[in-house]
Each structure stands twice: as structure tokens, then as C-alpha cells.
Design a protein around this ligand. Structure first.
Ligand SMILES: [Zn+2]
Ligand SMILES: [Zn+2]
Length: 167
């Protein structure tokens, strides 16, 4: 008999996972605090929607998030997901990804970053490029309007799609 079979292997949570978990917890905490501050009801569904968005790396649509959430929350409606995502965007805890049109794509990463959007597979890639964060607003615009967000995004073909088309 092999002695080894009596060992119970406990795999500790990897540091990377711990970091992600801590970040998530912090985000949800912030979300709850923001809801309280704005007098918004904190419901299980809202927390679930925010958590699902915050852990998604693919800038999902409401529809995609709804399909993911339904596994755990069979009663959640697409309408609730949609409205909650728009509320999150309203209160500044999520962004509607620029340039994606309909269906909207959402992002819970509100730290400044830029997007590359593949026009073929529709994947959205995050990147950071400092010069894109310091765009000067033209005087004639500044005089006339109040700018609340300037952003640069790029469209094109991602590396995987380029390979497929053999270019
Ligand atoms: Zn692509
Ligand atoms: Zn993003």
C-alpha cells in the first residue's frame, strides 16, 4: 500500500486568487457604500449583478451577464440586469464602453484605461497609454460646453483574427 494515499492535500489559495478576491470584496463594499449614500436599495440581485460585472474581464453585454447570472439566480430578469447596469453607469461605478453601439458593453473597471475593439470578433482589450489621458480640449469646445469625459479608443483587427484571415 502506498503511504502517500493517506495524505490529504490542501491546496492553499494562490496569492493571485487572494488578491482578486480582496479586490472584489473591496469593490462590493464600495458599491454598497455608494448605494447607501445615494439612497439606492441594496438588493441581493443588485449585488449579484455588480459582482458579476466586476469579475468579468470581457466587457459583457447585459444579455451575456444575464445568462451567467441565471445559473445562480434563476429568477433574475434581463430587464433587471439591464436597468441595474445603466444605474451603475449613472452613479459612476461602471462604464458603457465607448464605440460599441448596441448592444451596449459594460465595464466595472473605472480606473482610466483605453480600449482596443476588434471589429471582427468584438473582443475588447484593455490597455493603458498615458498620452491618451492628457488630451487637450479645444478652446472653442471648452468655452461652449462642459466636458465630463474625453476618451480614446481604437478599432481594428485583433491578432487572433488577423491570423485567421492570413494577412
Ligand atoms: Zn478579433
Ligand atoms: Zn475596459
Amino acid at each position: 500500500m502506498n503511504k502517500n494515499q493517506f495524505y490529504i492535500v490542501i491546496t492553499p489559495m494562490k496569492n493571485e486568487d487572494k488578491k482578486i478576491k480582496a479586490e472584489q470584496d473591496w469593490k462590493v463594499k464600495k458599491f454598497k457604500a455608494e448605494c447607501r449614500r445615494l439612497g439606492l436599495k441594496i438588493t441581493t440581485q443588485r449585488i449579484a449583478i455588480y459582482t458579476a460585472l466586476a469579475s468579468a474581464k470581457d466587457h459583457p453585454t447585459a444579455d451575456l451577464l444575464h445568462r451567467r447570472l441565471r445559473k445562480e439566480y434563476p429568477k433574475i430578469s434581463l430587464d433587471t440586469v439591464n436597468r441595474t447596469l445603466l444605474t451603475l453607469a449613472d452613479i459612476g461605478l461602471a462604464l458603457v464602453v465607448e464605440g460599441t453601439g448596441q448592444p451596449r458593453r459594460f465595464d466595472a473597471d473605472i480606473d482610466t484605461h483605453q480600449h482596443f475593439i476588434c471589429v471582427k470578433c468584438k473582443k475588447i482589450f484593455d490597455f493603458k497609454h498615458k498620452p491618451f489621458e492628457n488630451i487637450r480640449i479645444p478652446k472653442k469646445i471648452e468655452r461652449k460646453f462642459k466636458v465630463i469625459r474625453t476618451t480614446v479608443y481604437m478599432e481594428g483587427f485583433c491578432d487572433a483574427c488577423l491570423k485567421k484571415t492570413d494577412r
